[in-house]
Design a protein around this ligand. Structure first.
Ligand code: DX5
Ligand code: ZN
Length: 214
């Protein structure tokens, strides 16, 4: 299981201590939520702060773009140190654009991810199963940490894993929102292999919380 703590929930008045603990934990990835105040009703951080995280950790930087213009911003985040970029199907809504951005990310040597919000039909991912390295199923409405896990996500993960299995693809399935030891276990059984956790990790002992999700 890959654990991706979301730095949205870091206590920024204790950033270096929290990053030190994270670097000592078993978390392999760091999840970095970019919000533009348009695609979601919240604002977070841009590429310069990502450069700071690049210096603070050598873990895989998993950038989740909750923005309306992923085509323009992807290169900027790649140059700032992203190892993987996940953008939203709902931001582009166009097969050609979605496929061409996936191709571009792969050509630039990073992992390509596609995400859908909880109310978006799972079938929207079907045309792209072979085009991405990762699918991110949102288990809360994107925009804020600390929300309650939506249980329908479990069935969505199970169905998506069965579609990928039929094609013999071992693409990552990542789940984001309301993950803790209990919901993490259910989602893992359904076939996810990457768990994002923000408040659960940073509001508890970081190393112990990460270990409880593995
Ligand atoms: C929400 C973000 C999440 C967020 C998860 O829009 O995409 O990554 O950090 O936070 P928790 O784990 O607290 O639900
Ligand atoms: Zn996220």
């Amino acid at each position: 299981m890959i654990i991706a703590p979301s730095v949205l929930s870091v206590d920024y008045s204790h950033l270096s201590e929290q990053m030190k603990e994270l670097n000592e934990s078993d978390a392999q990835w760091i999840h970095y939520d970019v919000m533009d105040g348009h695609f979601v009703p919240n604002l977070t951080f841009g590429p310069d702060i990502l450069k700071g995280f690049r210096k603070l950790s050598d873990r895989f930087l998993d950038v989740h773009l909750m923005i309306t213009d992923p085509i323009y911003y992807s290169d900027i985040f790649i140059d700032a140190g992203a190892d993987g970029i996940t953008f939203h199907e709902e931001a582009l809504l166009d097969e050609e654009k979605i496929r061409s951005l996936a191709k571009h990310l792969r050509l630039r040597g990073i992992q390509a991810g596609l995400s859908i919000k909880p109310k978006t039909d799972l079938d929207k991912l079907k045309p792209y199963l072979e085009d991405f390295d990762l699918f991110l199923i949102m288990s809360v409405e994107p925009g804020f940490g600390g929300q309650k896990f939506m249980p329908d996500s479990i069935e969505r993960v199970r169905t998506l894993r069965s579609w990928l299995d039929e094609l013999h693809l071992n693409t990552h399935i990542e789940v984001d929102g309301g993950i803790n030891a209990e919901t993490g276990k259910l989602i893992k059984e359904a076939g996810a292999d990457v768990l994002v956790a923000g408040s659960y990790v940073f509001k508890n002992n970081i190393k112990e919380a990460v270990a409880s999700l593995e």
